[in-house]
Design a protein around this ligand. Structure first.
Ligand code: AMP
Length: 577
């Protein structure tokens, strides 16, 4: 099993692919985010603390606590009370994640994919790899964070040459990268940013504004409490318009109660977020692109949860950003997906998309005629030839259906259109109907009248996208529940179609054959025809099918006898017999 790791400046996460699904693992407290912090206890014999306990230690012993170690990766400076290299500190964080993952999975985790910023140079990448090895991992791949994010957003399914902007605003850093999809992999066209810009700056600005509002400067302890409350308020204001910040006995006897609105927070945060604009413009210019060339803008980093960030990003790129993923988990999710691809457990899900349900057309008698069965790998193409069922039929209605039921009415209609026939006898028209599903799940139905070379095209977006898992599940389970009834109905419809073709033909043949057939045979044929008519009325599928099979057999013999008779007559006429 290979795990995916986002070794972040503020937080780190670890995930694995289990039963074909990428999942991020949580510690015993249920948290998936482990603060990237390490603290060395005063008691030298005690092991270092990692994560939330280390952050707590920081309040008491800031000199023994290390955060944002990622900023120093690749440098030879020694840090902390034990004069460690940055990668040794990172190794402690990775070791902590490893233990947490092993506890959650109940098995050793020894192989990993780790992400790094796109701008990391060779020595920074090598240091990250060494950190992983020190923690006991074999590093299978060092993956660029924007590429990981694009994988998490499912953008590997975009067309060749699609361009993606990855806007990553975290706690302490801002990165903007422009990627291009080429031959199935993402290439970084440009990357830039500010290693000292992020949510921390917003926290600081909000804290300053709050202190200004409270009047007197708070004590260091009160300041720490206010700081925490400010961060909590910032987070709350990403989803609500106002937040009441209460700190009882905040500064000795003084209690604090401040009502904060999103508008007030945004006034403070705007100048900070606006700083990302020039970086974005720079990244576009470096890639020789304009905002209009960008197909998707995706968001990464906890600070992009702020609605104001959405607004400013939309303004910079002239399009709303894709907000479909958890921005603070996207990189770890992408690393996990990459791990799954490397170990082979995700190839099917990721690279080969399949049709969730069968696609087909309604044919005679209201039956579903499947053209592309469910679970077919896309892109795919399939088709069938249709003809007119009755003489001089002016047109045929093509109803495009999706579902697993035998009767058209029980499936979902995706669209319909009519195709014109040229007047002619039954079976003279030739219409090829082709279903084509492209990489993006877009269904194109082409109906071509091969005699006149006229085409009708119906394009149906998202055959897969708006079909939710629950709807697919209930469609499939319904098809199982109704399998017998459905099959009976299909058999009846098909047999009655055949009966309605055979019976008039038989009447004609019997009249034509006259005394040619022995009375016994005639009786047998007439009995089969009577049985068929009776079964049609009673609606019994199995009975009708048996009767039609007998009738089919009987008419074959009759037809052969008629042909033989005609041949004999012709040979006689020509004096050959
Ligand atoms: P990251 O570096 O991606 O882990 O992002 C951490 C930053 O995201 C911190 O500054 C957090 O305060 C910020 N953050 C996390 N959740 C939210 C939220 N709901 N609204 C605004 N900022 C958030």
């Amino acid at each position: 099993m290979i795990c995916g790791i986002d070794l972040g400046t503020t937080n780190s996460l670890l995930g694995v692919v289990e039963a074909g699904f990428p999942i991020l693992l949580a510690d015993e407290s249920g948290s998936r985010l482990t603060p990237s912090a390490v603290s060395f206890p005063q008691d030298e014999a005690a092991p270092p603390l990692v994560g939330t306990p280390a952050l707590r230690q920081r309040i008491i012993h800031p000199e023994l606590t290390l955060t944002s170690i990622k900023r120093l990766m690749g440098q030879t400076t020694r840090v902390g009370p034990k004069h460690n290299l940055p990668e040794e500190i990172s190794a402690l964080i990775l070791g902590h994640l490893k233990k947490m993952g092993e506890a959650a999975m109940g098995q050793p985790l020894t192989r990993a994919v780790i992400t790094v910023p796109a701008y990391f140079n060779d020595s920074q990448r090598a240091a990250t790899k060494r950190a992983g090895e020190l923690a006991g991992f074999t590093i299978e791949r060092i993956l660029n964070e924007p590429t990981a994010a694009a994988l998490a957003y499912g953008l590997d399914k975009l067309d060749e040459r699609s361009k993606i902007a990855v806007y990553d605003l975290g706690g302490g850093t801002f990165d903007i990268s422009i990627l291009e999809m080429r031959a199935g992999v993402f290439e970084v066209l440009s990357t830039t940013g500010d290693t000292r810009l992020g949510g921390d700056d917003i926290d600081q600005a909000l804290l300053d504004a709050l202190i200004l509002q409270t009047g007197t400067p708070p004590s260091p302890a009160a300041r720490a409490r206010l700081w925490e409350a400010a961060i909590a308020a910032k987070h709350a204001l990403s989803s609500s318009d106002s937040h009441l910040l209460t700190l009882p006995f905040f500064d000795g006897t003084r209690s604090l109660e401040v009502s904060l609105t999103r508008t007030q927070l945004e006034a403070v945060a705007r100048p900070i977020i606006e700083k990302t604009r020039t970086h974005c413009q720079r990244a576009l210019a470096d890639a020789r692109l304009t905002p209009a060339d960008i197909h998707q803008v995706i968001l990464v980093g906890g600070s992009t949860r702020m609605p104001l960030v959405h607004q400013i990003v939309a303004d910079i790129f002239g399009q709303p950003p894709n907000t479909s993923q958890h921005p603070d988990e996207a990189v770890a999710m992408g690393a996990t997906i990459q791990a799954g691809i490397l170990e082979g457990s995700l190839r099917q899900i990721l690279l080969l998309d399949v049709t969730p349900l069968s696609l087909g057309l309604e044919t005679f008698g209201g039956l579903m005629n499947v053209i592309i069965p469910r679970n077919t790998t896309i892109p795919c193409k399939a088709g069938e030839m249709f003809t007119n069922a009755v003489p001089n039929q002016p047109s045929m209605l093509v109803r495009v259906l999706q579902g697993e039921r035998e009767m058209a009415r029980d499936n979902w209609e995706l669209g319909q259109f009519a195709i014109e026939f040229d007047p002619g006898p039954k079976g003279s028209a030739r219409v090829g109907v082709q279903f084509e599903i492209d990489q993006n799940g877009l269904l194109r139905v082409l109906a071509r009248n091969t005699l006149t070379q006229t085409d009708r095209v119906l394009e149906i977006a998202s055959t897969a996208v708006d079909v939710t898992d629950e709807r697919v599940e209930s469609m499939v389970s319904e098809s199982v529940a109704y399998a017998i009834e459905d099959m009976r109905e299909r058999i009846f419809v098909e047999a009655s179609h055949k009966a309605n073709e055979l019976l008039p033909a038989l009447d004609m043949a019997l009249a034509q054959a006259g005394s040619l057939i022995p009375p016994d045979d005639r009786e047998r044929i007439e009995a089969a025809a009577a049985e068929t008519r009776a079964a049609l009325i009673t609606g019994e599928a199995a009975r009708l099918k048996a009767a039609v099979t007998a009738l089919d057999h009987a008419t074959e013999q009759l037809a052969a006898a008629i042909v033989e008779q005609a041949m004999e007559a012709s040979l006689h006429r020509r004096g050959l017999l």
